[in-house]
Design a protein around this ligand. Structure first.
Ligand code: OAD
Length: 248
């Protein structure tokens, strides 16, 4: 790991009035959850391509809901990794907006287990651990234990995870929050994302155009590397703990 770049990243974070975290599936990769693209990525599984499309919910709702149930149960078994914990420690005492494209809840778990609090982690593509009615959009306080057997109390519609499927719009509130943070952030942490999925991927460029410094942590080059001010080639589970140590 390049010590100079780590130090530069820590200095920028330390001086920042506001920090925006823009995270992707690479942040959860060391927990064991595959990223989307690449050889062993989620998208090499035909079931993911089939059921992650809004059409599947309309055309074969029972199969789609059974698949969502399986995905949620599987993802629920994973644990936060050192990257999640370090990020929680870095953000807890600082003015920081976290906008993640991930649908897991590993960051929330990391904050909880570190005994730290965070007012909202904004899920740009929704969360597998929240649910809503597919017909009337009514959110549920607690996701059902079994999606295949649940129906909406208000209208009888099917209950689905509150995630963004292909063919659907992003939820508005997290996107607006991320955009707002991009206007005021001094530093953006680009963590484990290829930065190719729009409109979420407009956020880093927006922050940069408002003067933010961009720090990318990723073992591989991405679409965002070119506009990053500091590029650290490494895994978030290894790099973030180093930065956290420098900040302590
Ligand atoms: P991708 O699969 O496109 O990219 C994952 C990124 O993580 C790559 O740039 C990897 O190099 C990097 N990576 C892998 N392991 C890492 C590690 N240990 N530490 C740091 N980085 C690592 O996944 P996303 O960028 O998250 O959208 O994809 C964005 C969106 O595309 C997802 O939210 C999803 C998908 O379509 C929806 O579900 C709507």
């Amino acid at each position: 790991m390049d010590k100079r770049k780590l130090k530069r990243a820590a200095e920028l974070i330390d001086r920042a009035g506001h920090i925006l975290v823009f995270a992707g599936s690479g942040l959860s990769a060391e927990s064991g959850i595959p990223t989307f693209r690449g050889e062993d990525g989620m998208y090499s599984n035909p079931d993911v391509l089939r059921y992650a499309h809004a059409d599947a919910l309309r055309e074969e709702p029972e199969a789609a809901l059974a698949w969502f149930q399986k995905m949620r149960d599987m993802i629920d078994d994973y644990e936060p990794n050192p990257g999640h914990y370090a990020l929680a420690r870095i953000c807890a005492e600082r003015d920081c907006t976290i906008a993640t494209q991930n649908v897991d809840r590993l960051l929330e778990s990391a904050f909880l287990r570190e005994g730290l609090t965070k007012e909202g982690i904004w899920h740009l593509h929704g969360s597998l651990f929240r649910s809503r009615c597919d017909v009337c959009d009514e959110p549920l306080e607690e996701p059902p234990t079994d999606y295949t057997a649940a129906e909406c109390d208000e209208c009888g519609g099917i209950i689905r995870p509150d995630v963004t499927l292909f063919g659907e719009m992003l939820p508005e509130a997290p996107y607006l929050r991320a955009q707002g943070a991009a206007h005021v952030a001094d530093v953006v942490l680009l963590l484990g994302t290829s930065g190719i999925v729009y409109p979420a991927a407009t956020i880093p460029g927006l922050a940069r155009s408002h003067g933010a410094k961009l720090i990318e942590i990723n073992p591989n080059p991405t679409e965002l590397s070119e506009i990053a001010d500091v590029v650290i080639r490494g895994k978030t589970g290894e790099v973030l703990p180093e930065i956290d140590r420098l900040l302590a």
